[in-house]
Each structure stands twice: as structure tokens, then as C-alpha cells.
Design a protein around this ligand. Structure first.
Ligand code: SF4
Length: 295
């Protein structure tokens, strides 16, 4: 793995509307998972050679310094622009070492990943959850492993990610599924939604957060079309005709899918709305330790 200089490891979020995260942390640049819809490929982010993972030099030392210098604690989100459990994390352990720093400084953590490797860190996540909020969001977009290999070629198989949810849930970590994106004409079927929600509930997930569409902009749109062209050029035509250059491309089945989804999550008692999920994973801590998270 190559290493790059980084001025800062943690940055303040503009608002904490996305799962209540107060800070963003990126220990790596780039991602090897190859998701064909990845927003981080968009031209606006200017990440060269996105599929090549680079670690940030002295990330752990810098993180230690940054967190100990903060007047207010809060929840640190990770997994927005690169997966914190990429192929190098198994040996480099930047994420697991960062979690120890987060624990020692009494911050909370919100992890988004597509890797079962997150279950390796169950012990330190449990320790953090004793003193601060913890949420793990496992992205699952399709229950069909063959389709998964096309749309997310380098991620762990879906059943492995489900097993990781089980391990974390059994340890009392607030864990659930990010069911997004649901790509128009690709994984937007009733069967897929039902299978994912059923499996999430079975594994002890606390929530499933959906998005029945995909966002496309310059850079990631071209990449999506390039990959689709190799598999089924008629899909590219369909996307162009249906959405043009639209940013949010909603599945034409969104309404029916949402109805099925809403009924299922209600039956299982799963959270599915942002405010409910955020309140649920933060509530326990905030009610006992307002001095840490009350602002
Ligand atoms: S895991 Fe996330 S960051 Fe990595 S390629 Fe997929 S969508 Fe992009």
C-alpha cells in the first residue's frame, strides 16, 4: 500500500443530520470495492486513481493529537469516501487502532462498511459502547450473490456481511443495514427488498435504512454506464432515456417497494427513519452522560 501526506484526519461535519455524526474520519484514500455506482468517483471530489488505496501517513499519531485537543466530544463517522475495512486493513489495522484512540478519548463512532472484517473489532466497539454511542451500518444492496459480483465486484459476499451483523448484534452493538442504492432496473425488485429485510431481522439488526434510487453525477454516471455497457447495453439506453442527467434517479418501482418495505420493518419492529435510528443508538448514552454529548 502507498502512503500519502494528510493535514487532518478528522473534520467537523457541516451538520449532524447523517446518523448524528459530528465528525468525519478518513484514514485511507481510495477504495478497492469497485461499486459501479460509487459517488466518490464523481469529478467534484477530484480523487485520482480512486481504486488504488493509499493510507494516510502517521494517521494514528495525528488522530490522537486531534482528539485530545477537542473541547467537545461527539460521534465520529467513518466510511463515507472510502471503506475503513478495505483489503489492507486486515494487516495495517489503521481502523482498529483508531477505534482504540476513539475509546480512550471518550468519543462515539458511526461506521459504514461493506466488509465483514468489521466484526474483528467487536471487542473495542463494545468498550466504546459502554461510554459513548456506537452504530455500525452494513451496506447490503442485493441478496443475489451473482448480481453482487457485478455491481460491487470486490466486496465480501452478502452472507458474510450478514454474519458480521449477527456477531456485532450478539455483542450488543447497535447494528443495521444501509439498503442503498436500490438501482433502477437492476436490484429494484420486491424479492430483493423482502430477502434483505428478512435476513437483517434474522441476524439481529436494529434497523434497515433504505433509498429506492441512486444518485448520479459527472464522473460516477460515466463509470456506471461503462460497466453496464459490458453487461447489458440496453440498460444504459434505459437510464439515459428515463433520467437524462438527473442527480437523483428514483426506481420506477419506488412506491410499491416502499409499501412492501414499510410493512415488513413494522412487522419486525425495525427502525427505518433517520431520526428514529439516531435517537435509538444515541439515547442510552445521552440520557446518562449529557456532559459528553449535550451541545
Ligand atoms: S465501498 Fe463505498 S467508497 Fe468503496 S467503492 Fe463502494 S461505494 Fe465507493
Amino acid at each position: 500500500m502507498d502512503w500519502i501526506e494528510a493535514k487532518q484526519i478528522v473534520s467537523k461535519t457541516k451538520n449532524n443530520q447523517w446518523f448524528g455524526t459530528d465528525y468525519n474520519m478518513n484514514l485511507y484514500r481510495g477504495c478497492h470495492h469497485g461499486c459501479l455506482y460509487c459517488d466518490s468517483r464523481s469529478t467534484c471530489y477530484q480523487i485520482e486513481d480512486f481504486d488504488r488505496i493509499r493510507g494516510k501517513k502517521e494517521a494514528i499519531e495525528k488522530l490522537k493529537k486531534e482528539l485530545s485537543g477537542k473541547r467537545l466530544t461527539g460521534v465520529i463517522g467513518t466510511g463515507a469516501m472510502s471503506d475503513p475495512y478495505n483489503q489492507f486493513e486486515a494487516t495495517e489495522q489503521l481502523t482498529s487502532r483508531a477505534l482504540e484512540i476513539i475509546r480512550d478519548n471518550h468519543f462515539g463512532v458511526a461506521i459504514a462498511t461493506k466488509s465483514a472484517l468489521v466484526a474483528r473489532d467487536v471487542a473495542v466497539l463494545s468498550e466504546i459502547s459502554q461510554i459513548a454511542p456506537v452504530i455500525v451500518k452494513m451496506t447490503i444492496t442485493t441478496f443475489d450473490e451473482t448480481l453482487c459480483r457485478i455491481i460491487e465486484p470486490n466486496v465480501n459476499p452478502t452472507h458474510k456481511r450478514l454474519e458480521a451483523i449477527k456477531v456485532l448484534s450478539n455483542a450488543g452493538i447497535f447494528t443495521g443495514v444501509l439498503m442503498m442504492p436500490i438501482l433502477p432496473f437492476i436490484n429494484d425488485t420486491q424479492e430483493n427488498i423482502i430477502n434483505i429485510v428478512n435476513a437483517a431481522a434474522e441476524m439481529g439488526a436494529k434497523f434497515v435504512y433504505p433509498n429506492f434510487g441512486v444518485t448520479l453525477r459527472e464522473g460516477n454516471r460515466e463509470y456506471l454506464y461503462q460497466v453496464l455497457n459490458r453487461h447489458d447495453p440496453s440498460l444504459v439506453k434505459k437510464y439515459k432515456e428515463t433520467f437524462g442527467n438527473q442527480y437523483f434517479c428514483e426506481s420506477p418501482n419506488a412506491r410499491q417497494l416502499a409499501a412492501t418495505f414499510n410493512k415488513l420493518v413494522k412487522d419486525y419492529g425495525l427502525y427505518c427513519k433517520m431520526n428514529e435510528i439516531t435517537e435509538a443508538y444515541k439515547w442510552k448514552r445521552e440520557s446518562h452522560q449529557l456532559s459528553f454529548f449535550d451541545r
